[in-house]
Design a protein around this ligand. Structure first.
Ligand code: PAF
Length: 278
């Protein structure tokens, strides 16, 4: 595996790979890697010739400076994990490398895709995500990019960004990996105590229960019941929404194909998100 810090070097390597007729798979990450990320690397290896993974904690997508400061960082361990899973190129850029002076932000109108759920509670978050992912796509020029569906809204936003900016990248959404307990794998889980990991399971239980209730109740009934059930825990709920998977609008009245329940909550100081197709 080659560990690269400069965008110019990535461009050279990619140009050589393209000349050799190879396809490029890209897995963007913010590090603190876990099995969920490794599943993305494995998927990328199955579908493309060269796999590039980036490890970059992007400051522009954090609306809360404390959250940015406390975001787990384990770069040595990340590099070792990527190498062990057959990643070809690990890109560890600096902030200056990703945001050189004078670099322009893409113009993308995300509309309500970026203002509901995560967008409501983390204003500006998706502008930062679009800014960094578009910059990565320009540098890496992947054929396919692999994103975990735990960030369900992010996948919808990235697909819309690709459509509007005309990137020739196929977005490959990959299923959420869970601990045997059901807890969705997340870099943020590193900040949970064992006791909090038990408490956080209430998120998965709420989603599973909603999935069961969806068989015989309306979206509004399922939502009300899920919120009441969730609030029996000590966690602080930010939102529980049942949305159309394409528009991300709350379902009013009837069920649609692919309806998805999305939740965000604080377990102590740690903000967790999860979702489940109902
Ligand atoms: O999902 C993430 O880890 C981040 O939002 C991403 C896509 C790496 C952009 O910083």
């Amino acid at each position: 595996m080659r560990k690269v810090e400069s965008a110019a070097r990535i461009r050279e390597i990619i140009a050589a790979a393209r000349d050799a007729g190879q396809t490029i798979g890209f897995v963007p990450t913010m590090g603190a890697l876990h099995r969920g990320h490794m599943a993305l690397i494995e998927r990328a290896k199955q579908q493309t010739d060269i796999v590039v993974a980036s490890v970059f904690v992007n400051p522009t997508q954090f609306n809360n400076p404390k959250d940015l400061e406390l975001y787990p960082r384990t770069p040595e361990k990340d590099a070792a994990l990527l190498e062990a899973h057959g990643c070809d190129i690990a890109f560890f850029p600096s902030v200056a490398e990703m945001y050189p002076e004078g670099s322009k932000n893409p113009t993308v109108s995300l509309g309500s895709l970026a203002t509901v759920m995560e967008g409501q509670f983390r204003p500006g978050h998706f502008d930062g995500v679009v800014q960094i992912v578009s910059r990565f796509f320009e540098i890496v020029q992947p054929d396919k990019a692999f994103f975990g569906l735990k960030d369900f809204q992010q996948v919808a936003v990235i697909k819309e960004m690709v459509r509007q900016l005309g990137f020739g990248v196929e977005i490959v959404p990959c299923p959420t990996l869970r601990e045997p307990s059901g807890l969705a794998m997340s870099s943020r889980n590193m900040r949970l105590s064992d006791e909090q990991k038990q408490e956080a399971l209430h998120i998965y239980r709420t989603l599973s229960r909603a999935s069961e209730e969806a068989k015989s109740h309306s979206p509004a009934e399922v939502k009300a019941s899920a919120i009441a059930y969730f609030n029996q825990s000590d966690m602080k709920l930010e939102y529980f929404s049942i949305v159309d998977p394409t528009t991300l609008q709350d379902l009013n009245g009837t069920w649609v194909e692919g309806a998805t329940a999305c939740i965000a909550a604080f377990c102590g100081e740690v903000r967790l998100i999860d979702n489940m197709q109902l």
